[in-house]
Design a protein around this ligand. Structure first.
Ligand SMILES: [Zn+2]
Ligand SMILES: [Zn+2]
Length: 83
């Protein structure tokens, strides 16, 4: 029997912020993890990129540090940050 408590808590919204936080590697200076998330969530990368750039996020760690800073962010019904 597998205990449910052993399953790590997943983001109910599968949001970008949690995806970036879960990245185990360091930032490579690009939007690699953002692109991957857009791919998986079938989100338009161009829209997310424009939003990120407008808020000072030009690489994965800047998106987390400058764009998705603590508040819930929703862009066109897509949850970028759950909290
Ligand atoms: Zn970075
Ligand atoms: Zn989340």
């Amino acid at each position: 029997m597998t205990s449910l408590s052993l399953v790590p808590a997943l983001c109910p919204d599968a949001c970008l912020a949690c995806h970036l936080r879960a990245q185990q590697r360091s930032c490579d200076g690009g939007l690699t993890a953002v692109e991957q998330w857009c791919d998986e969530q079938l989100v338009d990368l161009r829209v997310v990129k424009r939003f990120a750039h407008e808020h000072g996020g030009f690489c994965d760690c800047e998106v987390l540090g400058n764009v998705l800073t603590g508040n819930r962010r929703v862009l066109d019904d897509v949850v970028l940050a759950c909290r």
